[in-house]
Design a protein around this ligand. Structure first.
Ligand code: HAS
Length: 555
């Protein structure tokens, strides 16, 4: 039987030992999807008011499991699995030392994940994925999270070392695009996660151990969001890597422009960090000038997404026309609609159009007053991370896993993968659509009937909550389907060779300027922007902290 992989001939493979490391991350990612997804289903049922959790399990317990496992664990592990494979595929096999670092990182993260998840499952850390103070968790939860971050630095170092080795061996040449993108993503991750590391190590751990009585809540939220917004781009950029580099190859086309792709990644590095205040626009204690400044910087970080949209349209249109597509939209018909590796991420791209528009509404200072803390925000991030990013990851898993396991995606699984994406799109449109609408009517996020009572206003929200539960149930079917395909690709699919698709740059593209790889310039601007956006407001937050909340006697 002909398989998708039959088209692939003569491609470079990821070394088996690197593949094992990548696969270890991917296993954890999909285990997190299974447990976190089940909690998602339970949550929508609880919110509909038609279901009560058994055995004393609380809503906030499952909400924390859902957020931590899907928002933090599934994403980080899939991203690391993909990035390890991408670096090995495009810059060569990792050295033994680099691979060892990768494994140390993996085990450090996994010990941390197990510790944190156990505390959440025991209801000792029902503090949601943002773990805002003054909600307090068991200290083991915070130590677990710190280990996840430290493990990611160690694992990330192994990928960065490979990049440095490549550059040393190839002076004056631009590095492989995919590896370059991985390094930008890791640089952004390391710089931003320093914020959450400081919060956890210096504020939350001492406080949860009882070494200090109080914690400066505003400072802790500021440190969290210094990390929290780049965190969402840490999720998005691997999806963009797949769009820029892998999709052109899958559709038989070329990368529109290497320089444009690199430029957009650099813009993410510069503008994704100094923008955390757009999550704190309604918080007192930060002056409106600094909020306004960070709103402007947030609108700057929209630009690389617009560049990406332009580049993707150009790639699709060029390919469609090369295949004979005529007229304004005739090229659309020429794209490979029956190939899951293309259509699944494509649905994610389409979702990003309304999702991105929603993000711009959120960022627009005054409009934020309307939607903040409503379930509109939940609708926004289910379109962005849970649709755009996740469908792109699923689409990538359909070639990445068989590439690493030496198997193939059969026609039957390919068809099921397309059905899965359609199920996901339908479920998410219903659930996220209802969340957006009822959010505008004022329905709060992170709450249930027991917390907001049975007022007349709450009664108005009930039909929407039921619609959300319907969407959530359809989404859960989508999770079961993707897990079925993944299990098949890991252990049961026929043996064979599957391509790790890496596109070539169009011959019409301009030569890539080496300035795009000049880290001294970009890191200097990045740090200057962070200092500019944060120094004075953080000093003000510390100076104006309520008595005793600095905790330490020496502060
Ligand atoms: Fe967001 C809240 C602003 C993007 C995730 N966001 C959140 C939260 C999460 C999240 C998790 O300013 C909740 C945090 C919490 O728990 O409190 N967000 C933005 C802005 C963008 C944005 C300006 N967010 C994302 C992405 C996420 C994500 C990406 C995850 C991956 N967000 C906010 C703000 C809040 C917020 C406020 C706080 C709200 C509050 O008050 O609490 C931008 O990056 C969006 C730019 C995107 C575009 C779209 C470009 C379109 C493309 C697709 C092209 C399509 C093609 C297909 C080519 C401008 C690239 C072809 C199509 C055919 C039809 C043929």
């Amino acid at each position: 039987m002909a398989t998708i992989s039959d088209r692939a001939k003569g491609f470079a493979e990821v070394d088996k030992r690197d593949g094992k490391l990548a696969l270890a991350h991917i296993y954890v990612a999909f285990i997190a999807l299974a447990i976190g997804g089940l909690c998602g289903l339970l949550q929508t049922l609880v919110r509909s008011g038609q279901f009560t959790l058994p055995w004393g399990i609380t809503y906030y317990q499952i909400l924390t499991v859902h957020g931590v496992l899907l928002g933090l664990i599934l994403t980080t592990y899939f991203i690391f699995g993909f990035q390890i494979a991408a670096v090995s595929r495009t810059s060569g096999t990792l050295t033994d030392k680099q691979r060892l670092l990768g494994w140390i990182g993996f085990w450090t993260m996994t010990i941390g994940t197990t510790a944190a998840s156990t505390m959440v499952l025991l209801n000792k850390a029902s503090v949601l994925y943002t773990f805002y103070a003054p909600l307090q968790a068991h200290w083991i939860f915070y130590v677990g999270l710190a280990l996840v971050v430290v493990g990611s630095w160690i694992g990330g170092a192994s990928q960065i070392l490979k990049y440095m080795e490549w550059r040393k061996a190839n002076p004056g040449q631009p590095s492989p695009l995919l590896t370059f993108m991985v390094v930008v993503n890791l640089t952004m991750w390391i710089i931003s996660s320093l914020g959450v590391a400081v919060e956890v190590v210096f504020q939350l751990i001492p406080w949860s151990l009882g070494w200090v009585d109080k914690v400066d809540v505003l400072l802790s939220r500021t440190l969290f969001w210094y990390f929290g917004h780049p965190l969402v781009y840490f999720w998005l950029l691997p999806a963009y890597m797949i769009w820029y580099v892998v999709i052109p190859k899958i559709i038989g086309g070329k990368i529109f422009s290497d320089s444009l792709a690199r430029m957009s990644f650099i813009l993410f590095l510069l503008f994704s960090i100094p923008v955390g205040f757009h999550h704190q626009l309604v918080e007192p204690g930060i002056s409106s000038f600094w909020k306004f400044l960070q709103v402007i910087l947030t609108l700057m970080v929209v630009i690389p997404s617009l560049l990406t949209a332009f580049s993707m349209f150009a790639t699709f249109e060029t390919r469609g026309r090369a295949l004979g597509g005529k007229g304004l939209f005739g090229w659309v018909k020429k794209l490979p609609w029956s190939d899951a590796r293309f259509i699944v991420p494509f649905i994610g791209m389409v979702a990003f159009i309304p999702a991105g528009a929603g993000g711009i509404i959120n960022a627009s200072h005054q409009m934020n007053q309307l939607i903040h803390n409503t379930i509109w925000v939940t609708g926004h991030f289910h379109l962005t991370v849970a649709t755009t990013v996740l469908l792109t990851f699923f689409g990538a898993a359909y070639w990445l896993i068989p590439h690493l396991t030496g198997r193939v995606l059969t026609k039957k699984m390919n068809r099921l993968a397309i059905i899965q994406a359609i199920v996901w799109a339908v479920g998410m449109s219903i659930m996220s659509g209802a969340m957006h609408i009822v959010g505008l009517l004022g329905a709060p996020r992170r709450s249930t009937f027991s917390t907001y009572g049975d007022s007349a206003q709450a009664a108005e929200w009930i039909p929407y909550q039921i619609v959300q539960a319907v969407g959530g149930t359809i989404l859960f079917i989508g999770i079961v389907l993707v897990l079925y395909i993944v299990v098949n690709l890991l252990w049961f699919a026929p043996k064979g060779e599957t391509e790790f698709p890496v596109g070539e740059v169009s011959e019409h593209a301009e030569k890539t300027p080496m300035a795009l790889e000049n880290w001294k310039i970009w890191l200097t601007i990045c740090i200057a922007l962070i200092l500019f956006a944060y120094t004075i407001p953080v000093i003000e937050i510390i100076q104006n902290a309520p008595p005793g909340s600095r905790g330490y006697k020496f502060w």
